[in-house]
Structures are given as structure tokens and as C-alpha cells.
Design a protein around this ligand. Structure first.
Ligand code: SF4
Length: 358
């Protein structure tokens, strides 16, 4: 298909069909960067309120840089992939402290920001600065694979190179920002993964996938996601004092999911266990445990992440106020329930606290 015809079809389609989204009304690289990070692996409908909250709370990159990481994570709560929020914060500090608040102004410079890879750097460079770079996301892979009938695996190195080169060769001489937005929007709304609207598609007469009935087969993505099953047992130590309840929590390290967020004492096992079996296999100081009241055991909570399926149970263990200083609690801290509500937590923990604990 002719390059000019392709680009013009996309630009015309975009002018008529684009969604009215706040980050499309700005050239501010900070806001465009926020929207791009928030929208990674997230649908527009889910990401939009987060974008609005971030822009409202931190209108400038300096505001985000000066924020407490805990507050950034709290605002991010529910979006998942928490390393994105931590990287966002680190990158804001980089811009503020090392670049005097001046946002990087080119694709190459943008790549120096933590959490900004090829896709995000291209998107910001194109949308904020009109730099002539091709933006290739999952939508673009799909549109190109179908229109040009390319069956190279998009998850392979070869595929990335081939599609990258094709996307670059198709860039129009002008309006590359609208064109890049347009081809992504076209993939999101017209040439969708499951039900592409071929009947009313402006590219129909040129589309190889349509001519050969291969819409379902293209694009080819061979890399399969390996799903890991995990079994979490949360020990929820708490005590009551003068009408207040205090819960033991700890901040998670950055090596596993939910880095930087707060959860309870966690025992992970190869399968789900009852409270009695669990206490048999884990290494708790039995003498101290005997003086505590082992109470409610929750139903099974299921939590799905892209690569993980988590099943979790919560076990309540009431301790006496004086026991909170026992060495076994060294890695935890007891928080009053109002403080707990303000901590950034995984959705699984938040759901449990709201449904079954408070
Ligand atoms: S004809 Fe169908 S498969 Fe081809 S680009 Fe249009 S919507 Fe996609």
C-alpha cells in the first residue's frame, strides 16, 4: 500500500473518530509523560481518573519530585505494576534536581529518565515536541501486521526491528504527532484485537488480512505468558487498647510484586493450608504464640495479576498490648486503624480490610 495513502487515511480517520482525552489538549511533556506511564498496561477508562488525580495533586514535575514516595504510591493504589509509580517518582526527582526542572526535550534525552523506554520516549518526543519518530505500541503492531499481511512474531527481536522499520518508513512529512496518535487510536477503536470493524474500515480495500480472512491470525505473538500460582497466608496480628485497634504491618521490598506497599506478616506456601497446618509448618516462636488468641480465618481471596494467580487467606491473631514489643515483631510496626487506612496497600489487602476487618 502506498505510504501517502496509508498516512492520509489514518489522519482522516483520526480527525473524525478521535476520543476527547485531556492529554490530547496539551503539549506539556510532563503531563504527556504522566499519561503515558499511567496508560501502560492500563485501559483508558481505568487510567483517566488516575491521570486527573496526579495532575491535580502534582501540577508540576517539581511537585511530584518533592512528594513523599508513600503518598505517590497511595495515589497509584489500584493501578498495579507499582514499580511504574516508583520510577515515576525517581524520574521526577531526576528532572527536578539534575536538570533544574527542565524536562528532557528529545527522544535520546528522554531515554535517560527511569522507566522511560523506546515506546514512551517516542510518544513524548512526538506528542510534546513533534519530533519525527515512530511510536509503536501493541495497537500499531496489530494494524501494520494486518494491513501489510506480516506474520513475523511481534514478540521477537526480528519482529521489533521489522515493524519498527516499517512504522518509520510510513511516517508522513507533516503532522507526525497526529499520525502517531491516529494509528494507535485506529488500533484501539477500529482494528481491535477481537472484532475489527472491517465493514466500515477506510483501509479495507488495501488490507491483506481482510482479503485473506486472516484478521484473527494477525499479529503473530508466540511468546506465551507463564502464569505462576501463589498461595499467601497473612497473619494479621492486632491488639486493642483504650477503644482503639492497632494492626501490625510492614513495607514490602522492591524485589517482589507490590514493592513499597504495606501488607501484613506474610507466609507463602506451595499450597493453601488451614490455620492449624500452617502453624505446624512455619517458624514462629511457639511459646509466644501460645499466649496469643488465634481467631478468625478468612475465606479464600483470589487476586489475578498478569503473570500471577494469587490465593490468599487471612488469619487473625490478637495479642496483648504489652506483647507488641516482642522481638518477633521487629520487622513490623503496629498502626492504629486510621493510620492503616492512609497507608499505600495492595488492592487485595485494601479489599480485605474494608470487607472483613473493619
Ligand atoms: S480491514 Fe479490518 S483488519 Fe484490515 S485494517 Fe481494517 S479493521 Fe483492520
Amino acid at each position: 500500500m502506498d505510504k501517502h495513502l496509508f498516512a492520509n487515511s489514518i489522519l482522516n480517520w483520526y480527525a473524525k473518530n478521535k476520543r476527547d482525552l485531556p492529554w490530547r489538549h496539551t503539549k506539556d511533556p510532563y503531563k504527556i509523560w504522566l499519561s503515558e506511564i499511567i496508560l501502560q498496561q492500563t485501559r483508558v477508562k481505568q487510567g483517566l481518573p488516575y491521570y486527573q488525580k496526579f495532575v491535580e495533586t502534582y501540577p508540576l514535575v517539581q511537585d511530584l519530585a518533592s512528594a513523599d514516595e508513600q503518598n505517590v504510591l497511595r495515589l497509584w493504589q489500584g493501578l498495579g505494576y507499582y514499580s511504574r509509580a516508583r520510577n515515576l517518582h525517581t524520574a521526577a526527582k531526576f528532572v527536578h534536581h539534575e536538570r533544574g526542572g527542565v524536562f528532557p526535550e528529545s527522544y535520546q534525552e528522554l531515554l535517560k529518565m527511569k522507566g522511560v523506554g523506546d515506546y514512551t520516549a517516542s510518544a513524548i518526543a512526538s506528542f510534546a515536541y513533534n519530533e519525527k519518530v515512530a511510536v509503536v505500541d501493541g495497537n500499531v503492531f496489530r494494524v501494520l501486521a494486518r494491513v501489510f499481511g506480516i506474520d513475523t512474531d511481534i514478540a521477537s527481536h526480528k519482529g521489533a526491528k521489522e515493524f519498527g522499520a516499517l512504522a518509520k518508513s510510513l511516517l508522513p512529512d507533516e503532522h507526525t504527532d497526529a499520525y502517531n496518535q491516529g494509528i494507535m487510536e485506529f488500533g484501539a477503536l477500529q482494528c481491535t484485537p477481537q472484532k475489527p470493524d472491517c465493514m466500515y474500515c477506510p483501509l479495507q480495500t488495501h488490507c491483506v488480512a481482510y482479503a485473506q480472512g486472516k484478521q484473527k491470525e494477525l499479529p503473530v505473538k508466540i511468546k506465551k505468558i507463564k502464569v505462576k500460582h501463589r498461595y499467601f497466608h497473612y497473619l494479621l496480628f492486632f491488639y486493642k487498647n483504650n477503644g482503639q485497634t492497632f494492626v501490625a504491618m510492614k513495607q514490602r521490598g522492591s524485589q517482589d510484586i507490590w514493592g513499597g506497599l504495606y501488607d501484613f506478616w506474610l507466609e507463602e506456601q506451595p499450597k493453601l493450608l488451614s490455620a492449624i497446618d500452617l502453624l505446624d509448618v512455619i517458624n514462629l516462636p511457639q511459646a509466644q504464640l501460645k499466649k496469643m488468641v488465634i481467631g478468625k480465618e478468612s475465606v479464600i481471596y483470589k487476586h489475578i495479576l498478569t503473570h500471577q494467580r494469587i490465593q490468599a487467606k487471612f488469619h487473625h491473631i490478637e495479642v496483648k498490648p504489652a506483647q507488641k514489643d516482642l522481638p518477633m515483631f521487629d520487622k513490623l510496626r503496629f498502626y492504629e486503624v486510621n493510620e492503616v487506612a492512609a497507608l499505600p496497600k495492595p488492592v487485595l489487602i485494601d479489599n480485605y480490610l474494608n470487607k472483613d476487618f473493619f
